[in-house]
Design a protein around this ligand. Sequence first.
Ligand code: NAG
Ligand code: NAG
Ligand code: NAG
Ligand code: NAG
Ligand code: NAG
Ligand code: NAG
Ligand code: NAG
Ligand code: NAG
Ligand code: NAG
Ligand code: NAG
Ligand code: CU
Length: 607
Amino acid sequence: MILPPRNRLALFLLSLSLLIPWASSRVVQFELDLTWEDVEVAGAVRKAILSNGQLPGPALRLKQDDEVEFLVNNSLPFGTTVHFHGIQQQNTPWSDGVPGLSQTEIQPGDQFLYKWTASDYGAYIYHAHTRAQIDDGLYGPIYIEPRESVERPFHLIATNQAQSHELQAMRDAEKKTQPIMLTDWRAFTSEEFLQIEMASGLNGYCASSVLINGKGSVVCPSRETIQALTTDAQRGFLEGGELTDMGCMPPTASFVGAYALDLSQAPRGYYEGCTPSEGPTEVFHVEAASRYASFDLISMAGSTALVFSIDEHPMYVYAVDGRYVEPVLVEAITVPIGARYSVLVKLKSDPLAAEDTTEYTIRAANSYANQLINGTALLSYNTSSKASSSSSQPYITPSALNATATTTFLNDSAIIPFPILTPSPDTTQTHILNVATINTSYTWTLGNTSYSPNNDLLSPPELFNLSAIPAQYALTTLNSTWVDIIINITTAGQPQHPFHKHSNKYFVIGSGTEPFVWASVADAMRSIPERFNLVNPPLRDTAVSPASVDGPAWLAIRYFVQNPGPWLLHCHIQMHHSGGLAIAVLDGVDEWPVMSNPVSSFSITST
Ligand SMILES: *[C@@H]1O[C@H](CO)[C@@H](O)[C@H](O)[C@H]1NC(C)=O
Ligand SMILES: *[C@@H]1O[C@H](CO)[C@@H](O)[C@H](O)[C@H]1NC(C)=O
Ligand SMILES: *[C@@H]1O[C@H](CO)[C@@H](O)[C@H](O)[C@H]1NC(C)=O
Ligand SMILES: *[C@@H]1O[C@H](CO)[C@@H](O)[C@H](O)[C@H]1NC(C)=O
Ligand SMILES: *[C@@H]1O[C@H](CO)[C@@H](O)[C@H](O)[C@H]1NC(C)=O
Ligand SMILES: *[C@@H]1O[C@H](CO)[C@@H](O)[C@H](O)[C@H]1NC(C)=O
Ligand SMILES: *[C@@H]1O[C@H](CO)[C@@H](O)[C@H](O)[C@H]1NC(C)=O
Ligand SMILES: *[C@@H]1O[C@H](CO)[C@@H](O)[C@H](O)[C@H]1NC(C)=O
Ligand SMILES: *[C@@H]1O[C@H](CO)[C@@H](O)[C@H](O)[C@H]1NC(C)=O
Ligand SMILES: *[C@@H]1O[C@H](CO)[C@@H](O)[C@H](O)[C@H]1NC(C)=O
Ligand SMILES: [Cu+2]
């Protein structure tokens, strides 16, 4: 729920004389005051993190090349850090916000000044990177307006006679692009959730509601509805049973693994025990005369893969993870946690026509097998006529499947960057990182071991002491080299993990659903060349591994090391990340930044 700001959002735009004489940029100062308060979300009150009194936090709007000074004022009763998701942090590794790697936690009552350059345009996110605080609501959208000189891909959409008219409408829509934050919400604080996980042995994979820009309701579907909407994928794990009243998978061995559980420690609302409550619904207002509306779809969910769709409104996807792509027209988009999709929605020209409705349902439905859950919002045309009572026609079902015979879903593997960028045809190093649960249902490996929570406490952090982190939790690279990482999903039944790499983006060069038995991409390409794309692969900072439905699977990424520093590579499903599905990527150890005293340089005690 969006509350009236308690503290005024302080956003000062200063035109400063420049330190670097040949560049032209402005300094943008943004202050985020974090508080821990009783908040009503989806109709129920619990403690949550507010950012300048809001949840989600206020939008940070920038222009490409801006110098950002982002001051975090920690008025929370616990330590925190803020990460800028997708921001490259070229030459500013101290501003990446990962405790133990780039900084120590900002203590209660302390402040920390992050400084970075908005070198890339597009849609990004700021969010907590300490413990599981994202699930308490610490996130907000960032939008960086491209330089005028950056070529837009809109001419690939407008192909009719009125092209220039049409192009202008698209450019205007892009200028006014609005964030749509998709999240999920639980009845428990993140620390309570982690406690329940440890006490019960059961991985926390359920939510009570899906929120759109912080708004939503807790809906408890009837047993008949649940039965009717249960998918084949879910039946594959149910072992003959049924979903709980929250729409959640019960903890069957085929779903959570054959680990010892103590379900008496799992309170009502953890995976069963639905309590309905009604909250507000987000409404997006558009005007038919604008002809197009632009939205940045952003997921900061904890445990859901939300399929986004607007009834009766196809969408041109024109940017992914902040960067332009060759536009594709789709009716539904799966938004993995941490990913961003910018879309142009062609508006109806005549919503006033007699039987036309002026309100269209916006849907966000979970596609993971863990839970049947969805949220809704409204796209509303500003017209003088009253909204008709007829309801709009959905493209997707509440189970995130096609609701029509022809619904088109975005195919992530077919996304082509605009302009095309080509990775190196070969690589210097290959790291094969195995992914599986180990010892408990909530502990995961990425590589040879599970990333330890103790790594978050390294002081001084890794950036300031290259030997701080034990070797098994990190991989190292040399600057100016190409690196391959194979995410090796070794067991069946794993969901699509959204892999986020901090700092610069990677090419998604291949994926498959067979055991990855090769030593390198070059080896694999001799056996299964059709699984790879080195010509025009997607460029991402967050991409999913394939679901390992029947057996092992893999994802191959390739990137150029260009920004020395300690960067995390991790699954963005919150409880997988908390369970150790992460590794420190020490990029460019041969050119490691030399820094003196981190605390006095970058943490300030008063404004
Ligand atoms: C920053 O936090 C302190 C307490 O931690 C509070 O007194 C102060 O008002 C906050 N500043 C702003 C601008 O919110
Ligand atoms: C989920 O979808 C169903 C069917 O469209 C709808 O009845 C229900 O209200 C939706 N849930 C929420 C929280 O919007
Ligand atoms: C549309 O109408 C809503 C509600 O009356 C109003 O808040 C909003 O500003 C209007 N938007 C535009 C673009 O006129
Ligand atoms: C969804 O797509 C499948 C496969 O194309 C088709 O068989 C099915 O009928 C579609 N569902 C609906 C409700 O149209
Ligand atoms: C998605 O795109 C890839 C690459 O073009 C293609 O190989 C694959 O078959 C497509 N998947 C679907 C479901 O259409
Ligand atoms: C798994 O359990 C074994 C035996 O207790 C222990 O030695 C090992 O460290 C554990 N591994 C992880 C990643 O927790
Ligand atoms: C750096 O980390 C290593 C390994 O933990 C530790 O032995 C050493 O004391 C640390 N150096 C400093 C300056 O803290
Ligand atoms: C994992 O173990 C293998 C084999 O011992 C080793 O080659 C590799 O470097 C290790 N990886 C990491 C990230 O420690
Ligand atoms: C990757 O996983 C497959 C099983 O899917 C396994 O056969 C292979 O040995 C693993 N690779 C490495 C390097 O551990
Ligand atoms: C690291 O490599 C990149 C790309 O070659 C280069 O631009 C950058 O200057 C290098 N950094 C250092 C510190 O040498
Ligand atoms: Cu995961």
